[in-house]
Design a protein around this ligand. Structure first.
Ligand code: GLN
Length: 447
């Protein structure tokens, strides 16, 4: 059914870079046999899933939506992908994204843009736009995305699906092609909170292959799904609802807050602070880490290699010049600049200090509140092409999501209505580190 839905709808949506029809059918047969033999059970056994194309899948092309990896076939599975296999999910294919997860619209992909299933003239958001659009279009029931600065939560908001960024360390980053290693986290995208909880339960695991992986005391996220937010303390940061937030988005989120209050939550406004420093700190740190992480793509061992060059250094230069798109080059240059001697203290170190202050602001908020309610993005999905011409404007759209990554916190986006043109609006709930269960419970109660 998923393959048929993809055939019917994906010509327009373009959520997939690769559809593995043969592999998926074979795997589905194997899973069925295991289920029949009583060797495999669990809520997601046999369920088809799409995986973002920056998550390595053994034997299945993994491009990061970049020309430089257009032919890369990993010889190993990312830990999260291996966990899907163990639980009996069937990987249907790999989804479109912004090149190397750098972007907010899925327009910087080498493989063409993905369109928003609610209105094909609009973007699906990004960078996990393919994963969110595939779920929104009904092509697959669930998907994996990755979130470095909002790439699960923002496209979930634009596509009207539920998506979660877990606490840093909860899902192994082994086999996730790195963008900003201190910020990257894989997470679930689904039609509702239950699907996300079930999927998180599958992908979250301690993994010694990821040095930042954390062993949790409890991996049973499904048992957090209680319809009760009585007594929960919810904080609404005033500055998140000020200038720059589209009034229709604001109205939807504040009425969602009212609904939670009506169900027994204590909701109040407060000043979180530090919001104006989030974007500059994030773009300095993310670009710095990206410039270092992307050094490995040089045309030597795998990926694209230029055809015409003279000698080794020219081969690197031509392969990288031809293989990376403009947004990725911009980040590599920005990142190399802020890390270079003479500018390191002024930019990179300052950004790290700012990151620590942002974490502190959240720490004091979570001394008073169980969770924070915020928008996921200042607007609903923009029109295709609008953001490409003005990268700074695109960066500013990440204002409500990036601090969560800088502080390592979990966040979930839940649909909470639509604007007057019918485009979805999502609300973001942010929790303290490892408070996924509280977040899931509140989101489930709201939904
Ligand atoms: N839009 C942000 C960026 O371009 C976030 C991307 C992400 O979370 N991968 O960096």
């Amino acid at each position: 059914a998923a393959l048929a839905a993809i055939k019917e709808r994906d010509k327009e949506v373009n959520a997939f870079i690769t559809v593995d029809e043969e592999g998926a059918m074979k795997r589905a047969g194997e899973v069925q046999r295991l289920i029949d033999a009583g060797e495999l059970s669990g809520p997601l056994a046999g369920v088809p899933i799409a995986v973002k194309d920056n998550i390595c899948t053994k034997g299945l092309k993994t491009t990061c939506a970049s020309k430089i990896l257009y032919n890369f076939v990993p010889t190993y599975d990312a830990e999260a992908a291996a966990n899907l296999e163990k639980a009996g999910l069937v990987i249907i294919g790999k989804t479109n994204m912004d090149e190397f997860a750098m972007g907010s619209t899925t327009e910087t992909s080498y493989f063409g843009v993905t369109r928003n299933p609610w209105n094909a003239d609009h973007v699906p958001g990004g960078s996990s736009g393919g994963s969110c659009a595939a779920v929104a279009a009904g092509e697959v029931p669930c998907a994996l995305g990755s979130d470095t600065g909002g790439s699960i939560r923002q496209p979930s908001s634009f596509c009207g699906v539920t998506g979660m960024k877990p606490t840093y360390g909860t899902v192994s980053r082994y086999g996730l092609i790195a963008y900003g290693s201190s910020l990257d986290q894989i997470g679930p995208v689904g039609r509702d909170v239950t699907d996300c909880a079930a999927l998180l339960q599958v992908i979250a695991s301690y993994d010694s292959k990821d040095s930042t992986s954390v062993r949790l005391e409890d991996y049973d996220f499904m048992n957090a799904l209680k319809n009760d937010c009585g007594g929960m303390r919810i904080g609404i940061p005033r500055e998140y609802f000020g200038e720059g937030l589209n009034p229709e988005v604001k109205e939807k989120i504040l009425s969602a807050a009212e609904l939670l209050r009506a169900n027994g939550a204590q909701v109040e406004e407060f000043d979180l602070g530090m919001l104006e420093y989030a974007i500059p700190a994030y773009y300095v740190i993310a670009s710095a880490e990206a410039s270092s992480n992307l050094e490995r793509f040089d045309g030597v061992k795998y990926g694209y290699r230029a055809e015409d060059y003279e000698g080794l250094h020219d081969m690197y230069k031509c392969s990288r010049s031809e293989g990376f798109g403009p947004e990725v080059k911009r980040r590599i240059m920005l990142g190399s600049f802020v890390l270079s001697s003479g500018y390191y203290d002024a930019y990179y170190l300052k950004a790290l200090r700012t990151k620590a202050l942002i974490k502190k602001a959240f720490d004091s908020a979570f001394a008073r509140y169980d969770l924070i309610l915020a928008p996921a993005a200042p607007t609903t999905a923009p029109k295709l092409g609008e953001s490409l011409s003005d990268p700074i404007q695109m960066y500013l759209g990440d204002i409500y999501t990036v601090s969560v990554n800088l502080a390592g916190l979990p966040g979930i986006t839940v649909p909470c209505g639509a604007d007057s043109t019918g485009l979805p609006v999502g609300m973001q709930m942010i929790g303290d580190c490892f408070s996924e269960k509280t977040l899931l419970q509140a989101a489930y109660t709201y939904e």
